[in-house]
Design a protein around this ligand. Structure first.
Ligand SMILES: [Zn+2]
Length: 435
């Protein structure tokens, strides 16, 4: 067997972070006519690099196979759209953006974020690899290019549209198998005086809150601030600030700026080349500015939790298997008592959980989802049917297993009516809870 190599530093990946067995692509919702066909399952074995500590899923599936026709439409989540508006307000004010500025978003989805800049008269450029989703954005009047970002596409887009004052990447930095090429693309898109912000789930929270269902083939890496810093440094980007956000169960929003050295120049004390980037000190004196105190405190919290050593990452596997056993216990008991359990939501993370636990429609009759794209289809692997949310009020199930637990506040409010017939909500993570 060939050992996969770390995509950041090239070291052979011999250490396991967690092995979730085999799973189909979590966004491959099946139409009824495909239920009798074979389905491809891929390993979901997450590794950790013993040298640079990047927690990563080897690219068992190429990004093009996943993102060219992606089902996730950001605008179907109310709280996510509100989150995007707050971001647009804050950045417009703090950077003084106006009609002469450019905001570029990578993985701009259906324009859920850029629409808020357009409304303020600020020029935008969306870069979205999924053609079907880019089309939705264009129909809303949001200038969008259908591209995967890499070093070359970054340079081409910058030549065509200019470099941006602000380059945003929300929930994309964890999703790119070519981490080094993508980072070079970010560096090409931003002005020397500009800002890059990246939001991604924080590995620290994933471990603390046992969010193992956020592991799926679309997520190629699980970043700490330390490993994000190391990745950004490969293209001469340095972390200036970081915010801790509650989205997706606990995310970081990293603010990075081009270091004072020209992009691609060797950083002091290192040789050019990917295997030497690990030793780069992104807070070194060559920056010409100081990172904020937030950067220091997040790094300290990570170090305290053990994330800056290999040993600190052990123990997560056992926590994951406890969640699996508890959920199965609950479902089997409910079944034995003649109770009916159905699901709420059909997020990608639900598919990791259900496949890992081996749950099928005998234990979870169906789930419901607000996205018309998913309704009438079936969950990959488990073949659990997806209905419209109205089905809950008609069927009055005893328990509703909430799969998108990261939207707990929003969903608890949306599902308050389940109590009218004595139904209860079940949250499987971080530990089984029936409310
Ligand atoms: Zn590495």
């Amino acid at each position: 067997m060939t050992i996969a190599e770390c995509r950041l530093c090239g070291t052979g990946l011999t250490e396991t972070f967690v092995d979730l067995g085999m799973s189909p692509l979590c966004e491959s919702y099946l139409p009824a006519e495909r239920l009798d066909s074979a389905e491809t399952f891929y390993p979901l074995h997450v590794r950790i690099c013993s040298r640079c500590l990047l927690v990563q899923l080897p690219a068992y599936v190429p990004g093009e196979d996943i993102f060219s026709d992606y089902a996730y439409f950001s605008s179907y989540s109310d709280s996510w759209v509100a989150h995007a508006k707050r971001y647009a307000d804050t950045m417009t004010e703090s950077l003084g953006l106006g009609p002469g500025s450019l905001v570029t978003e990578v993985a701009s989805n259906d324009g859920y974020l850029l629409q808020h800049f357009v409304a303020r008269g600020i020029p935008v450029l969306g870069v979205e690899p999924a053609a079907n989703i880019a089309e939705v954005a264009r129909a809303k009047g949001i200038r969008t290019e259908t591209e995967f970002l890499g070093a070359e596409t970054g340079a081409t887009l910058a030549a065509r549209y200019g470099r941006a004052d602000l380059v945003a990447g929300n929930n994309v930095y964890a999703h790119v198998p070519d981490l080094i090429g993508f980072t070079a693309g970010l560096a090409a898109l931003v002005k020397p005086t500009g800002l890059v912000t990246l939001e991604f789930p924080h590995l620290l929270r994933l471990i603390e809150r046992r969010q193992y269902d956020t592991i799926y083939h679309e997520h190629y890496q699980y970043l700490s601030l330390l490993t994000a810093q190391r990745a950004l440094a490969t293209a001469g980007l340095a972390v200036a600030d970081v915010e801790e956000l509650s989205s997706h169960g606990g995310s970081l929003r990293v603010h990075a700026r081009p270091a004072t050295l020209p992009v691609g120049a060797p950083v002091a004390g290192t040789e050019p080349g990917r295997s030497e980037t690990v030793g780069v000190d992104p807070t070194g004196p060559s920056l010409g500015w100081e990172p904020s105190s937030n950067v220091k405190s997040v790094l300290e919290a990570e170090a305290e939790a053990g994330l800056h050593t290999l040993d600190g990452h052990r123990g997560f596997s056992e926590a994951v298997f406890t969640i699996k056993r508890n959920l199965l216990d609950f479902l089997l008991t409910a079944r034995a008592e003649g109770k009916r359990v159905v699901g709420y939501g059909a997020p990608g993370k639900g598919n990791t959980l259900l496949n890992h636990c081996g749950i099928r429609s005998d234990l979870l009759a169906y789930t419901v989802d607000r996205s018309p794209y998913k309704q009438g289809k079936f969950l990959p692997g488990t073949h659990i049917p997806i209905h419209q949310p109205e089905r809950l009020a008609q069927d009055r199930p005893d328990y509703v297993l909430v799969l998108p637990w990261n939207l707990r506040t929003e969903i608890s409010a949306q599902l308050a009516y389940v109590r009218e017939w004595g139904g209860r909500l079940v949250y499987p993570i971080p530990e089984l809870e029936v409310v």
